[in-house]
Design a protein around this ligand. Structure first.
Ligand SMILES: Nc1ncnc2c1ncn2[C@@H]1O[C@H](COP(=O)(O)OP(=O)(O)OP(=O)(O)O)[C@@H](O)[C@H]1O
Length: 314
């Protein structure tokens, strides 16, 4: 299933292992190589030779080693890889929750700390952190109310899109309706199902108009059909707002369905081994599941993931 690939033999090459891939027999042209330093303008995300280790000496865990990644604005990129390969660590570095031991992380050209202060980064964790005493509407509008200075700081950052001032961007109420939460707007989180709570968290994150949205396995606790329905709603919101998304998942089909590119990681040490560019049409509704190319990409990513599982360097 991997004929027609552009293959690079050295997975731990110091160059970014970003490969333009095409499914067999598809007749597709290989797409431009994201992250191969041919990005014009300021990238939404840039990680240069990033290393992050926990602990010291022989007992240290190298969560990330020599990680290089460049993401153009407006792209949806998923991270996939075996447990412990550093996916969440990478997200935490981008979100400014941790700092690298070596290397640099930039969000639209500034440090994650500056980007956070300017509310350029949104975060959707695995389980939604909603305030239980506030209605859905108050929960989603809270971040805007408590940080009025963020817009000013953001306006000073040249790379930021400053989306909050764009007139065509829908309001929080509109986003809630779009996410199927119109009826639930005045309910408390405890009155909602798990899937609805996660949708509220996604609307809240998108509603802040972040330049970059990082999502850490947001659908992992949900059943398959709820998951698919949330993928639909996520894609609807993303189609409208075109926020840059960095999305962690363990599901190959979820990664292929949602993404423009899937970054495959391996562990010991945590590192990027390959990036699969997905040339699938959008919008990506349910019909995608019946398309041959979708399944070819799934098989390709699964193959790369299998190799990553067997490629522990330690
Ligand atoms: N705060 C910490 N202290 C010590 N070790 C840590 C810490 N955070 C992460 N690690 C280690 O770093 C490595 C990468 O962890 P990380 O959570 O980023 O992996 P992951 O790919 O997100 O895993 P999973 O898919 O299981 O969520 C693991 O070996 C983990 O045990």
């Amino acid at each position: 299933m991997v004929g027609g690939l552009v293959r690079f033999p050295a997975w731990r090459s110091t160059e970014l292992a970003t490969h333009a891939l095409r499914p067999p027999g598809s007749g597709l042209r290989a797409r431009g190589m994201e992250g191969a330093c041919k990005v014009s303008g300021t990238p939404a995300l840039e990680l240069q030779s990033v290393r992050r280790a926990y602990g010291f000496g022989h007992s240290a865990t190298v969560a990330l080693d020599d990680v290089r990644l460049t993401v153009r604005p407006g792209r949806f990129v998923s991270l996939i890889g075996p447990s412990g390969c550093g996916k969440s660590t990478l997200l935490r570095l981008v979100a400014g929750l941790e700092r690298p031991d070596r290397g640099e992380v930039r969000v639209h050209g500034v440090t994650p700390a500056e980007a956070c202060a300017a509310k350029m980064i949104g975060l959707v964790p695995q389980s939604p952190a909603l305030l239980p005493w506030m209605s859905v509407l108050r929960n989603v509008t809270l971040p805007q109310r408590i940080n009025p200075g963020a817009a000013r700081r953001r306006a000073r950052i040249p790379g930021s899109t400053g989306r909050e001032s764009a007139p065509e961007i829908p309001s929080m109420r509109e986003l809630l309706v779009k996410a199927g939460l119109g009826e639930a707007m005045h309910k408390l989180p405890a009155q909602l199902s798990g899937g609805m709570r996660q949708r509220v968290a996604i609307v809240r994150a998108f509603g802040l108009r972040p330049d970059v949205l990082v999502m850490d396995e947001p659908f992992s606790a949900l059943d398959e059909f709820t998951r698919e329905s949330l993928q639909d709603q996520l894609l609807d919101l993303w189609d409208e707002l075109r926020t840059t998304v960095l999305f962690v998942t363990h599901s190959v089909s979820e990664a292929v369905r949602l993404s423009d590119a899937v970054v495959v990681m391996a562990r010991n040490p945590g590192r990027i081994v390959e990036t699969v560019e997905l040339d699938l049409p959008r919008p990506r509704g349910e019909r995608l599941f019946g398309e041959r190319r979708f399944h070819e990409y799934e098989a390709l990513v699964r193959d790369r993931l299998r190799r990553a599982w067997h490629s522990d360097a330690a």
